[in-house]
Design a protein around this ligand. Structure first.
Ligand code: FAD
Ligand code: NAI
Length: 474
């Protein structure tokens, strides 16, 4: 007889492993199947998905090391510290990153044990509907589950004309595993990966050129933030060409040649040692056998779900990168908890309007809620408060005067509609705005809250005061 489960989660990324843990905590007999090709030393698939293995965590480890390297070479002297010319041992940097990945992925196995989640090794695919639920093939075994959560994530979108070998032509996997600083690095796509990975290798000394199809830089961010970011990144040495059309790409063992048409319509050629293709990601539904059971996908191949992550099939849910919404680990985890709690008869909650976005460049970029251009397009009457970090004592002490906090609030109700930060520690500062917005807070609420001095958070406080034209320090 096949294994009988209350819940089977397909995919062990941040969506899947969190869903499995929460479902087990709520008393369901739960298993999670994972077919990740990056096996651990025991030969089991690694948990953690894109995020832990080839995404959030390894990229932030490299961003941190390269930031320290850059600080040692450029910022120390200004503060009177002499260290000589810093050198970078790239294999050591990569080994440190790999160790962090190992530690965290094996930590999730520990969490599975603690919460009594069974790990099933193998690719999961739908077989049939049964009276009690669903039959799923995992590897060679067929299991039965009353409820199924599809959390199969996403994979990088590639250019149709050039195969990725992750040596010369890299996606995110190869970009995180380069063992020597390339002299010239080309990046296609000035999105989040392009900017983060471009920053890593630029700081370590590569000549980085980023080719972006859209005419505007970082169009998803608030227009003022995007403008400031473009200025700062260009000054850091990232050569960013907007409005390009990529032509033929020829890759050899020695490097890559990229033909493209620039914004003005002129034919150009870029020669580089490597190229990173970071032009977005596509949902992972390969081999899920969705069609056999009638699981509905949308036009982009994502599993179609409602606001509570219910699919068109009873007892089948889908969460994370494989469904609509931003492809972010914390969004996947929120949906995971929501689904497990709804399955247990609880309310379940995921507020898609307060999901924070962060780009871990230097300075960092973070936002929540609406951008100014969105509010204009929607015809919402708003007021804005903007405070530069140049007016913040802590930022000056840290040698981080770049950037600003911008708060947007409803003219009539004062409710906070969006907060946009470019500056040091923006990734942490944004949490205050998320909390305020989650509680339906007004700019006056933040303005009347005491903020420790001297902290970067005072810039958030001042931006709230500035919404009412009563900033005290600017
Ligand atoms: P995934 O993490 O993709 O996990 C899906 C898992 O399912 C995989 O392990 C896969 O092997 C498995 N799987 C697929 N199909 C099957 C099947 N049929 N059977 C069994 N297993 C299957 N997000 C952030 O929030 N912050 C960041 O800083 C950040 N940085 C990133 C940096 C990079 C370079 C990249 C590429 C992404 C980054 N992301 C970041 C995005 C984040 O990684 C994803 O949003 C997140 O991993 C999505 O989680 P998920 O569980 O939906 O899918
Ligand atoms: P992205 O969507 O952020 O950026 C892709 C960029 O490539 C866009 O600017 C797009 O206009 C451009 N592009 C598309 N086709 C192109 C073409 N043919 N030629 C040139 N440019 C082209 O996607 P990216 O950077 O690949 O990252 C994938 C996803 O992973 C992100 O959307 C995000 O959800 C997640 N991620 C999140 C991070 C974070 O939260 N800090 C870090 C890295 C990734």
């Amino acid at each position: 007889m096949s294994k009988q489960l209350d819940v089977l989660v397909i995919g062990g990324g941040p969506g899947g492993y969190v869903a499995a843990i929460r479902a087990a905590q709520l008393g369901f007999t739960t298993a999670c199947c994972e077919s990740n090709p990056y096996a651990d030393p025991k030969g089991e698939p690694r948990l953690g998905g894109t995020c832990l293995n080839v995404g959030c965590i390894p990229s932030k480890a490299l961003l941190h090391t390269s930031h320290l390297f850059h600080e040692a070479g450029h910022a120390f002297a200004e503060q009177g510290i002499t260290v000589g010319t810093p050198d970078i041992d790239v294999p050591k940097m990569i080994a440190r990153k790999a160790k962090i990945v190992d530690q965290l992925t094996s930590g999730i196995k520990g969490l599975f044990k603690k919460n009594k989640v069974t790990l099933l090794s193998g690719h999961g695919s739908f077989v049939a509907r049964t009276e009690a639920g669903w039959q799923i093939k995992v590897g060679e075994e067929v299991v039965e589950a009353k409820q199924v959560i599809v959390a199969t994530g996403s994979k990088p979108r590639h250019l149709p004309t050039v195969p990725v070998d992750n040596k010369i032509v890299c996606d995110n996997v190869g970009a995180l595993d380069i063992h020597a600083v390339p002299k010239k690095l080309a990046i296609i796509g000035a999105g989040v990966i392009g900017l983060e990975m471009g920053s890593v290798w630029r700081r370590l000394g590569a000549e980085v050129t980023i080719l972006e199809v859209l005419p505007d830089f970082l169009a998803v961010a608030d227009v003022d933030v995007a403008k400031e970011a473009q200025k700062v990144f260009t000054k850091q040495g990232l050569a960013i060409s907007l409005g390009v059309k990529i032509g033929e790409i020829t890759a050899t063992d020695a490097g890559v040649s990229i033909a493209y048409t620039d914004k003005a319509g002129a034919e150009q050629k870029l020669e580089a040692d490597r190229v990173i293709v970071s032009i977005g990601r596509i949902p992972n539904t390969d081999g899920l056998n969705a069609e056999a059971v009638g699981l509905k996908l949308d036009g982009r191949g994502m599993v179609e779900v409602d606001g509570h992550c219910r699919t068109n099939l009873p007892g089948v849910w889908a969460i994370g990168d494989v469904v609509r919404g931003p492809m972010l680990a914390h969004k996947a985890m929120e949906e995971a908890v929501m689904v497990a709690e709804i399955m247990a008869g609880q309310a379940g909650h995921c507020n898609f309007d307060t999901i924070p976005y962060v780009i871990y460049t230097s300075p960092e970029i973070a936002w929540v809620g609406k951008t100014e251009q969105q509010l204009k397009a929607e015809g919402v009457a708003y007021k804005a408060g903007r405070i530069p970090f140049l007016a913040n004592g802590r930022a000056l002490g840290m040698g981080e005067p770049t950037g600003f906090v911008k708060m947007l609030a409803d003219t009539k109700t004062d409710r906070i509609l969006g907060v946009h930060i470019i500056g040091a520690n923006a990734s942490e500062l944004i949490s205050e705005a998320v909390v305020a917005m989650e509680f339906g807070g007004a700019s006056e609420d933040l303005a009347r809250i005491c903020h420790a001095h001297p902290t970067l958070s005072e810039a958030v406080h001042e931006a709230a005061l500035a919404c009412d034209k009563r900033a005290l320090h600017f």
